[in-house]
Design a protein around this ligand. Structure first.
Ligand SMILES: [Zn+2]
Length: 466
């Protein structure tokens, strides 16, 4: 679906949710992310596919109970990383650049290797040690010079720190950290291959992807590439990966055609929503009549304003796959955004049903019900939206629509509370507190609504990053 509704800005083609995420692996990315919080892309179809990709890997890694999510970031360059022990982040660019499921699954297996190894916290410990060394080096710099003059360099940490102070301490410490990080990368490669083999999958896609980024590849992206920054790819590492990957009995195994089709559909959708229209038609020329190409054509047609032609194309897609929830979702979204919300209700109901009540699609249905300006729908919208926000706790859209549904009914207390919750999820704490304070005055003291409003007023801002 690519909910484009909440923010009708050109830049937010999927529902963009600002999230404060601190990257920990790449220091330069860290600085960059602090300047502008990355937007996250939400799309049921893509998220479901990524869940299907990661589920077996997480199971063999012993992480199935950790509720680990894969989150898509609104960046066109290739990147994937773990940030807080509970999430794997992947740029939509990495999905676009992975031509097969196996290629991106390999990357996800590698990142799962980082999670399973607890690498992030270990790296942080190592950074803390490095910072301590730095301080000691600075404090003892003069003394260390004296000690060095007496020829007493040893293996003790302090003597090393002194030596570091003599030359460039930051440089020595930085090199130690990099070598530590390389070790982690190799460990994650090995773990990733192990997970792939245990799930009957080839590590060839992982190898192919990493080879593309390796230092001795003339066509490798230049130094600014975030994935190469966070994942140094010396030729030896890629060679070692190839060696272990080739020992797998599944090395030559190809992706299941049905999975490949889902992958191609996801990429077609991302291309159509995120890329320039000329790029979309270059990737998927009109002469290409495959299902993914027709999906891309239908989406880009609706996005560029030809609703009538888009609906005809979507109906053609539905004829091919009458049980594909995302075609009905697209039909509903196109009608909703084309200003025909009442007609969007039926296809969105179908999409909700076929997707087993996917919360993001329920939010879209709730929006269509609210936008239909029919008082009779307000209660139904509230019911659907309440169950959706209970299961999908990070999308402000649900609360925004809930607020509109309540105000339709004249329930201003609940409307203010829902608006406050939406603002809170957007990270706009001041607006959240203001709205919650107003909601609190509208509820009777001690009622559930009053308590929720009070929670928002007294809540600390969500922890940024780690
Ligand atoms: Zn890595």
């Amino acid at each position: 679906m690519l909910l484009r509704i909440a923010l009708r800005k050109k830049t937010s083609k999927f529902t963009a949710i600002s999230a404060a995420i601190t990257l920990a692996l790449a220091p330069s990315a860290l600085a960059q992310e602090k300047e502008k919080g990355p937007a996250i892309l939400r799309d049921t179809e893509s998220e479901q596919l990524l869940r299907d990709y990661t589920r077996p890997i997480l199971r063999v890694a012993g992480l199935e109970k950790q509720n680990i999510q894969v989150t898509i970031i609104n960046e066109s360059v290739f990147n994937a990383f773990v940030a807080d022990g509970h999430r794997i982040f992947v740029n939509y660019g990495a999905l676009m650049q992975s031509e097969t499921p196996n290629q991106i699954i390999g990357v996800l297996a590698h990142e799962t290797g980082h999670l399973a190894g607890g690498h992030l916290s270990k790296l942080r410990e190592q950074v803390a040690v490095a910072q301590t060394q730095m301080v000691i080096a600075m404090l003892l710099g003069a003394g260390a010079i004296a000690a060095g003059a007496k020829g007493s360099y040893g293996n003790s940490g302090l003597a090393n720190a002194g030596a570091a102070a003599l030359s460039a301490p930051q440089e020595v410490i930085r090199r130690n950290l990099i070598s530590y990080q390389r070790q982690q990368e190799e460990n994650a490669d090995r773990a990733g291959v192990k997970f792939l083999t245990a799930t009957g999958q080839s590590a060839k896609g992982m190898y192919d992807t990493f080879k593309r980024f390796s230092n001795d590849n003339l066509f490798a992206a230049h130094g600014a590439d975030p994935y190469v920054q966070s994942h140094p790819m010396p030729a030896e590492r890629v060679a070692a990966l190839e060696e272990i990957a080739r020992t797998s009995p599944h090395w030559e195994k190809k992706d299941d055609p049905a999975l490949q089709l889902r992958h191609d559909m996801m990429r077609a959708k991302i291309s159509a929503f995120m890329e320039r229209q000329d790029t979309v038609y270059r990737r998927y020329p009109l002469s290409n009549t495959s299902l993914p190409a027709r999906y891309a054509h239908a989406i880009t047609t609706y996005l560029h304003g030809d609703l009538h032609s888009a609906l005809t194309q979507i109906d053609g897609l539905i004829q091919v796959q009458p049980n594909n929830p995302y075609f009905y979702e697209l039909r509903g979204q196109a009608l909703l955004e084309g200003g025909r919300p009442a007609e969007a209700i039926a296809p969105l109901r179908k999409a909700v049903q076929l997707s087993n009540n996917a919360p993001l699609i329920e939010m879209l249905l709730g929006q269509a019900l609210v936008a239909s300006d029919n008082k009779a729908y307000a209660d139904e919208a509230i019911g659907i939206l309440r169950t959706a926000v209970a299961r999908e706790t990070e999308a402000p859209l649900g609360y925004l629509q809930l607020a509109m549904a309540y105000s339709r009914k004249g329930d201003l207390a609940e409307a203010d509370l829902a608006s406050a919750q939406a603002a809170y999820l957007r990270g706009d704490n001041k607006t959240a507190r203001d709205l919650a304070s107003r909601a609190k005055t509208r509820f009777a003291i001690g009622t559930p609504g009053w308590v929720k409003a009070d929670d928002i007023i007294t809540a600390k801002p969500p922890p940024k990053g780690n």
